[in-house]
Design a protein around this ligand. Structure first.
Ligand SMILES: Cc1cc2nc3c(=O)[nH]c(=O)nc-3n(C[C@H](O)[C@H](O)[C@H](O)COP(=O)(O)OP(=O)(O)OC[C@H]3O[C@@H](n4cnc5c(N)ncnc54)[C@H](O)[C@@H]3O)c2cc1C
Length: 429
């Protein structure tokens, strides 16, 4: 699936989606308390939280619910943020502690959604942060010590050397941090389940309803090709797919590409040889590889991230050698699906939450680690709209840089940044 393609047929997730509900396009003029742009986790969770607080909400999705990153991702549900250390440095000790707690709350919200709304999305606990070299292992050791000091509420353990074979059937790694608080799931089924939950709370959802114009003022008018929503507030949750609609958000995130292949279903024994506890894994590189077993025992292997957003000519040809480097035993396994999507990466890898003109609110830029934080962002967006800005402002206070220059300059800089990260990963810095 091309990151821009309208029809996500080639993804393993769209082939195994368990909720095919179609929501009608917007027709004519309607009014609401809040309009939400974007039918991914951020928009849906903001809508759920707002509806739970009694707001009348209309949600507009340009294509289908889960068409963006939320229906295509690696399914790794990991607490915290893309770069917790950097969040801590930017916020200082007191606010960093609040941010750490918010990172845990994001995961609790996700699990609560699955349980409360009975969302069948194959959630399975277990995640391993795998170290490719000694530097990465030392970083994990420091992370384990920090968790112990803070009273991390879930079981975790550091495994070094061969001990890691307990969870990963590969000789590639120096060790890993195993966390039973994190886990993995079917991302599109989660997203469609959350849409069903929002609709059950009265949220009016419209698909094929791309927002084309926003008339600003004390009462906003949000236009699609066939209708308008008049609302007191707007949540902008288009993330990497927003494409410049809101001038204030242009250049704040890079729309990077990330790609995934799914093997044929593996026998029980073969799957257990790869991942004996069926935990999800990602490595410690900046341009990382990530993988997990699906419920029907395919290996879903992702990576090959690039900052141009451009798709490799042949996704499987780009990813399979990386997969076989981790698991030589998978050489020759059939690849049934290959797809990609756009990841919104902020320059400092910290999520961006903020407000525009006092009645437009946004959350974006989870930097490849958005499954859990987008759930938290949904709650914080609802809180700020309901008049309680305290927790939203923990993040909204962080200043974010824009990509310098126009798209051409930015493109050249990104290529340079890519090469730098590749080199760093290669040398194990
Ligand atoms: C290949 C890939 C793998 C990833 N793997 C992981 C992972 O394993 N773990 C993890 O934590 N994170 C992962 N991520 C990141 C994660 O998926 C995202 O951070 C998260 O899904 C973002 O959710 P969102 O709702 O903000 O954005 P999206 O899910 O992208 O939703 C935005 C929606 O807005 C809609 N939209 C855009 N413009 C308009 C408009 N004008 N009008 C109406 N609608 C509009 C789009 O159609 C889209 O559906 C991955 C991402 C990708 C692409």
């Amino acid at each position: 699936m091309h990151p821009d393609s309208a029809d996500p047929v080639a993804s393993y997730y769209s082939a195994t989606v368990n909720d095919a509900t179609v929501y009608p396009p917007l027709a004519g003029a309607v009014a609401a308390d809040v309009c939400v742009l974007g039918g991914g986790y951020t928009g849906l969770n903001a809508a759920i939280e707002l509806a739970q607080r009694g707001y009348d909400v209309v949600l507009l999705e340009a294509r289908r619910i889960g068409w963006g990153a939320s229906g295509r991702n690696g399914g790794q549900a990991i607490g915290g943020f893309a770069d917790d250390a950097r969040v801590a440095v930017r916020l200082g000790p007191a606010a960093a502690h609040s941010a750490w707690q918010l990172g845990l709350e994001g995961r609790a919200i996700l699990l609560e959604r699955i349980e409360h709304f009975r969302i069948a999305c194959d959630y399975r606990p277990g995640y391993v942060a795998a170290a490719l070299n000694r530097r990465q292992l030392e970083a994990l050791r420091a992370e384990a010590a920090a968790r112990a000091a803070r009273g991390y509420p879930h079981p975790f353990r550091l495994l070094a050397g061969d001990a890691l074979h307990e969870v990963i059937g590969s000789d590639l790694y120096a060790g890993g941090l195993v966390d039973d608080g994190d886990g993995h799931l079917h991302p599109l089924n989660l997203c469609r389940g959350e849409a069903r939950a929002a609709a059950s709370l009265g949220v009016r959802i419209h698909e094929h309803a791309a927002v084309t114009r926003i008339d600003r003022g004390p009462r906003l008018c949000i236009h699609t090709a066939q209708g308008q929503v008049s609302a007191a507030a707007l949540v902008v949750a288009g993330n990497a797919y927003l494409d410049g609609l809101v001038p204030e958000l242009r250049g704040l995130v890079l729309a990077a590409g990330s790609f995934i292949v799914a093997t044929e279903p593996l026998s029980r024994a073969r799957a257990a040889g790869l991942l004996p506890t069926a935990a999800a894994v990602s490595d410690g590189n900046t341009l990382l590889d990530y993988y997990r077993l699906s419920a029907d025992r395919r290996l879903l292997f992702g990576g090959r991230c690039n900052f141009t957003g451009r798709e490799p000519r042949n996704i499987a040809a780009a990813l399979v050698p990386r997969m076989v480097r981790v698991f030589p035993q998978l050489a020759g396994a059939r690849i049934d699906f290959a797809w990609g999507g756009k990841v919104a990466v902020s320059l400092n890898r910290i999520p961006q939450l903020g407000r525009i003109d006092g009645n437009m609110y946004y959350a974006q830029g989870y930097s490849g680690h958005g499954v859990v934080p987008s759930h938290l962002a949904g709650r914080l967006l609802a809180e700020v709209i309901a008049g309680d800005a305290g927790r939203f402002d923990v993040f909204a206070r962080i200043a974010h840089r824009r990509l310098p220059g126009g798209p051409r300059v930015a493109g050249a800089l990104l290529t340079l940044a890519m090469s730098w990260y590749r080199l760093r990963d290669l040398l194990g810095w």
